[in-house]
Structures are given as structure tokens and as C-alpha cells.
Design a protein around this ligand. Structure first.
Ligand code: AMP
Ligand code: MG
Length: 269
């Protein structure tokens, strides 16, 4: 399955989310059919991460966005399960603090970008500044509409400085969200995830989809592409994201640093 080809948003294109089926599974029948492949990807990732860490020259940033219950947390849990925690840094971005609001919107984001050798995962990100900020009217249009270009410039700068960027929008349907929100209310183990505000946000579903369409279309660039991941099936979502990570890390062709001639001459007595 070539996930880059299947799910990548063409730079400069206009996105219509209703054209993207959130339930497709591209030939995988069910969870069991995908199990072996996911396990294989998790194994590959472990090796690729070690190479990235050992090389120590570049980093990878995975940006995860999606509506409530789209599975941002679940993706992190499943896809990164086999990795060495030392090399992965997950940041969840919530409402900015007063102090953060006293800076430009990218200030808190830049502080959390992965250093050399690391994989950084953003659970929500600077894209909230053209999503919730736009839909909830937290800033006037004159402010948020400038941010698409600012984000593209920021991501270009990161890329030019050694960070490879991979962005995934976890795409679920409104029906699937209802099921998952109901689950959060019903299941005592999941109650804690339910926030009363989630229902108000759900009421603005269409406005959020429109905001996502703009963000995905305007900010999918050759160096920092967006992918629209069909996420109604959790197992397929995990498989697709893991596949993209493997593809991306393989393309980076990380190499182990060579020992210097002096080191090679040393003997351990
Ligand atoms: P959760 O991911 O469920 O923990 O919720 C995090 C909350 O923080 C969501 O309601 C986001 O919309 C909100 N949030 C994240 N970034 C921003 C931002 N830049 N401005 C306002 N709200 C934000
Ligand atoms: Mg939430």
C-alpha cells in the first residue's frame, strides 16, 4: 500500500473532505488482516529510529490533527509502542497559557520541535491557530488568514534546518464521532476523556470541516505534505500512519556515524 500516493494532499489543491471516504481500507478486510503488517512496521520503525538517533544529525516531526475522538492519542499509543522512549518526544497542545498568548503563535510550537536524532510527535499543533481560533472566533480573520503563509514559512525553515515533517489529518465521519462520544459517556474507563465542551464543538462540525479543508489545501507543501488518513477504522488508521512513518524514515536514509581512524586504532586491554 503506497500511503503517500493514496493519502497525500497535492500541493496547491483545493480539498473537499466529502470526496475522501473515511472508511476505506484499501483491500484490508479487517483488523486481523492488518495485524501482521502493523507489527512488521512497528519492528521496522524500531530499527529506523535507532538509525536516526545514532546518526544524530536530523529529526522527524509527525503532526497529528483531527476532530475530537479521531484517534490522535490512540495512534501515538499503537504506532510508537515498539520504539525506544528516549528517542521520542510527544507534545499535546491544549489551550495556550497567558504567557504563551503574549508571544506569536509559533513561539510555543518552536520550543517543542524535535532536536537532532529525535522523533517529535505533535498531538494538535500550530494548526489549531487556523482551526479552533478561526471557528471559535478567538482572533479576527485579518489575523488568522495571514497564518497559512506564516506556517508554510516556518515549516520551510524547519525543513531547511534538518527536520523532516510529516502531517496526518485523522479523518472520521460525523456518525463515527457520535458513536465514539457516546462510548466515552457510557464507559467509565473512558469518562475522563469526555469534556462537556466537546458537544458544542460537535455542533460546529461543518465549520471545522471547512477550516480543515483550507488548512490542508493551503499548507500541504512538497517539503511538509498533509495526508488525509481514513480513520473510521482504528486499525487501518494505525496501519496507514505506521506505513507513512516507515516510508518517510526509509527515504531519509540515515547512516551510522563512522568511527574515526584514531578510534579504530584503539585497543581495550
Ligand atoms: P484535548 O486535545 O482534548 O486535550 O483538548 C485540547 C483543547 O485545546 C482543544 O479543545 C483545542 O481546541 C484546544 N487548543 C489547542 N490549541 C489551541 C489554540 N492555539 N488556541 C485555542 N485552543 C487551543
Ligand atoms: Mg478532547
Amino acid at each position: 500500500m503506497d500511503c503517500a500516493k493514496l493519502f497525500r494532499v497535492k500541493p496547491g489543491s483545493k480539498v473537499k473532505l466529502t470526496d475522501w471516504d473515511p472508511s476505506v481500507t484499501h483491500g484490508f478486510k479487517d483488523k486481523d488482516a492488518a495485524k501482521a503488517e502493523l507489527a512488521e512496521n512497528v519492528d521496522k520503525l524500531e530499527h529506523l529510529q535507532t538509525m536516526l538517533y545514532a546518526e544524530g544529525r536530523r529529526s522527524l516531526l509527525l503532526v497529528l490533527q483531527g476532530m475530537d475522538t479521531s484517534g490522535k492519542d490512540g495512534t501515538v499509543r499503537h504506532v510508537f509502542s515498539g520504539l525506544n522512549p528516549t528517542g521520542v518526544e510527544v507534545t499535546s497542545f491544549g489551550k495556550p497559557t497567558e504567557r504563551e498568548l503574549d508571544h506569536d503563535f509559533l513561539w510555543r510550537i518552536h520550543a517543542r520541535t524535535p532536536r537532532r536524532g529525535m522523533i517529535g510527535v505533535f498531538n494538535r499543533s500550530h494548526y489549531e491557530d487556523v482551526l479552533v481560533v478561526r471557528v471559535a472566533n478567538l482572533q479576527p480573520k485579518a489575523v488568522w488568514s495571514e497564518r497559512y503563509d506564516q506556517i508554510n514559512d516556518f515549516e520551510t525553515m524547519l525543513t531547511e534546518n534538518g527536520t523532516t515533517i510529516l502531517k496526518c489529518f485523522l479523518h472520521i465521519s460525523k456518525d463515527e464521532q457520535r458513536t465514539r462520544l457516546q462510548e466515552r459517556l457510557k464507559d467509565p474507563e473512558k469518562n475522563w476523556k469526555f469534556q462537556p465542551g466537546d458537544l458544542a464543538v460537535r455542533k460546529q462540525w461543518d465549520a471545522y470541516q471547512a477550516a480543515y479543508e483550507d488548512a490542508l489545501g493551503k499548507c500541504s507543501t512538497p517539503h511538509a505534505p498533509w495526508h488525509i488518513i481514513p480513520a473510521n477504522n482504528k486499525w487501518f488508521r494505525n496501519l496507514a500512519v505506521s506505513e507513512l512513518l516507515v516510508q518517510t524514515l526509509e527515504a531519509m536514509k540515515c547512516e551510522l556515524p563512522k568511527a574515526s581512524a584514531e578510534v579504530l586504532k584503539l585497543k581495550v586491554e
